[in-house]
Write a protein that binds this ligand. Structure first.
Ligand code: ATP
Length: 306
């Protein structure tokens, strides 16, 4: 029994470590590096400065080490131009999150290459290219710490003033200042619990602190309450201009505003284009639009009118 108790303790410790690390990408990577196969180049190729934010998948084939039998991406070729806004859609398991995992270089593809500003990620300094990326996960981790420090995780050397400015840009300042101790309010475990929309705005504030050339957004699948939804959308609209944005989309509003939509099915890119065009040309997209967009009920007329 002692052994079982011991290992459970160790496991929750590891999970705790991962959660603490998740806010700061580099630290998460330090943890993963210990176990992952991803190697850091001895003489990294410098990325262009200033960064352009050009993202490219060139004939990428990828299987997770834990599932070598099934390709999670096959023959994936897609580029996202600097400042372009691309939505990624597809059924569950199509490979949407895998695209983010490869862009953050949690794994290397077995075939083809993933590049940022023309540099193969395998040849770049991970700290350098990850500093170009801001990630807003679907379910952001809130640490057991105050609001100020929770946002500062995005860039640990940010000043209090920069943290507050990021909170404002993320449309989070209002709700934080309304908490019992404002920015000093303890959040997370044993602190104030935040709604899904508030957690996302904390994550957006963290991303803003990094001032990234590339934004990766994993939109919430579950509907947020209408007010939170508007607040999150407003925050995102404020930070997307001028940044290359890849968003795993579950909202009709998001695909409508995307410059381009990539449709994935079983690890393959099966269609791309704008919303209206894809409704005409891609039966899978039409199906997804009917089924998946969490806010499509309100706009049901627009879709079924096709
Ligand atoms: P969802 O909408 O459900 O999040 P997705 O489109 O993001 O799905 P991925 O998470 O990219 O899909 O998964 C693509 C494929 O890779 C699936 O078959 C999935 O089971 C598999 N997969 C994902 N993560 C891992 C992992 N860590 N280890 C092994 N297989 C994985």
């Amino acid at each position: 029994a002692a052994v079982v108790a011991g290992s459970t303790g160790a496991l929750s410790e590891v999970i705790g470590d991962l959660q603490r690390a998740a806010g700061a990408m580099e630290r998460l990577m330090d943890l993963l590096k210990a176990e992952s196969e991803v190697s850091v180049p001895a003489n990294p190729v410098a990325l262009p400065s200033p960064a352009k934010g050009l993202v490219s998948f060139e004939n990428v084939g990828f299987r997770y080490p834990a599932r070598p039998d099934v390709p999670s991406l096959s023959g994936m070729t897609a580029s996202v131009k600097p400042g372009e806004r691309v939505a990624i859609v597809g059924p569950s398991g199509a490979g949407k999150s895998t695209i983010f995992q490869l862009l953050l270089r949690f794994y290397d593809p077995q075939d083809g290459r993933v590049t940022i500003d023309g540099v193969d990620l395998r040849d770049a300094d991970p700290v350098a290219f990850r500093s170009l990326i801001g990630l807003v996960p679907q379910e952001p981790v809130i640490f057991s710490d105050n609001a100020l420090e929770n946002i500062r995780y995005g860039r640990p050397d940010a000043s209090d003033e920069e943290v507050r400015a990021a909170a404002e840009a993320a449309n989070a300042k209002g709700f934080i200042e309304a908490l019992p101790d404002g920015f000093a309010t303890h959040l997370g475990e044993k602190g104030v619990r935040l709604s899904g929309g508030q957690r996302q705005r904390i994550a957006i504030a963290r991303a803003i602190l990094r001032d990234p050339a590339i934004l990766l957004l994993d939109e919430a699948t579950s509907a947020l309450d209408a007010e939170s939804e508007r607040a999150v959308q407003k925050a995102l609209e404020a930070i997307m201009p001028g940044r290359t944005t890849l968003v795993i989309a579950h909202r009709l509003a998001t695909v409508l505003k995307a410059d381009r939509i990539l449709v994935l099915e079983e690890g393959r890119l099966v269609a791309e284009g704008r919303h209206a065009e894809l409704l005409e040309t891609s039966p899978l997209y039409r199906h997804l639009a009917d089924l998946q967009f969490a806010d499509s009920a309100a706009a049901g007329l627009a879709i079924s009118a096709e």
